[in-house]
Design a protein around this ligand. Sequence first.
Ligand code: ADP
Ligand code: MG
Ligand code: MG
Length: 445
Amino acid sequence: CSGLAVKCGKVEEVETHEEGCLRKAPPVLDYHGIDQDLIEEMVYDSLVWSSLHGLVVGDKSAQRSGKVPGVGLVHAPFALLPVPFPESHWTQACELAPIFSELVDRVSLDGKFLQDSLSRTKKADSFTSRLLDIHSKMLEINKKEEIRLGLHRSDYMLDEKTKLLLQIELNTISSSFPGLSCLVNELQRSLLNQHGEDLGLDPKRIPSNSAVSHFVEAFAKAWNEYNNPRGGKAIAVVYFRAGYAPNDYPSESEWRARLLMEQSSAIKCPSISYHLAGTKKIQQELAKPNVLERFLDNKEDIAKLRECFAGLWSLDDSDIVEKAIEKPELFVMKPQREGGGNNIYGVDVRETLQRLQKEGTDGNAAYILMQRIFPTVFPTFLMRDGICHKDHAISELGIYGAYLRNKDKVIMNDQCGFLMRTKISSSDEGGVAAGFAVLDSIYLT
Ligand code: ADP
Ligand code: MG
Ligand code: MG
């Protein structure tokens, strides 16, 4: 058997011997070896495709952008060619989606676990404290959410050294890009349909992405379960596309609105308990020994989840804090925030830990420490503002999961599409909207 390799735009046969038998080698995809004229042609085609298919976002440099519909648009930042990704890890990530959704649901029902786990964080972080206050009020009035809708995205990086797929975080609020990720997927497939033969790439090795239609289906099914045809009057589903960051609450009136929505009978996506279940502190608590067992019965599921947990620690752990001060490059320090651009890396980890040690108060409870993951660096072409940048990059795979439940009946619990984000390897953070990364898709190897 033989594998295909693309080098300098030419296809090469690759053969390897393993344990006496000829094994299929994974394709070696050296995108930087592709002929320059072909790249230029694809750059042009991709920009035309983006304009025609609505792969666009607001252009920050245009004054009227965001104020007048259809004015001041630019193509979304994207990678020209899909990231090579091992099929086995892709399957593993897809299988995890329904298990994580089930876990979030179980955790959300344990109000005491959420309150206790976040009790020290509450003292150190006023934003989390406000969320916990809403949650406490719902516990006091014994509010039950019988219909529960979750639209999650679990993010992973593939650690190069250990070849382990490790979870970065689980998003339970405002999971972004179900729409644009589908478009980028179609764009890259269309480029491979057109140029695949010259590139030595098979468009069928790009998995299809159904995130947007699945999310819409989940909304429709939730509306159905709510079962009030006077929907025009009562609100059946509240979806939060904001509300995850302190800036979304500039005054008390936004907090009042959040409380009002939580008190209402509408299905909240997410409810305050789902929101809190997705915090980084809870991620770290769930990674402690014997905690998953509190929420899930199936041993195989528990093992699958644990396999993708990276090292996660509370700052109470003085041994790990000492280690992080000594080797800060091996850790990421995370506050209870969402949306990218909030984490602490490198020497800043050391400085912040030393400052917190000096202050000696509850300040350290605002953060968790996480093992830094180092994914494989690969050659890529990144498109931003109509300009193609030839660079080296790393990627983060997000798998969407939709979960809908009415009392004891699970109506939907599916893996439903994916988001690949690619960023230049020298950047620490990863947000697309925050300007660090581009949208991408995957090429199964
Ligand atoms: P947010 O909720 O703000 O997106 P994340 O935990 O996803 O927070 O961190 C933001 C980005 O930081 C990620 O997209 C990723 O690029 C990088 N990052 C986070 N955790 C790690 C880690 N353990 N190792 C390497 N990079 C990380
Ligand atoms: Mg997040
Ligand atoms: Mg993230």
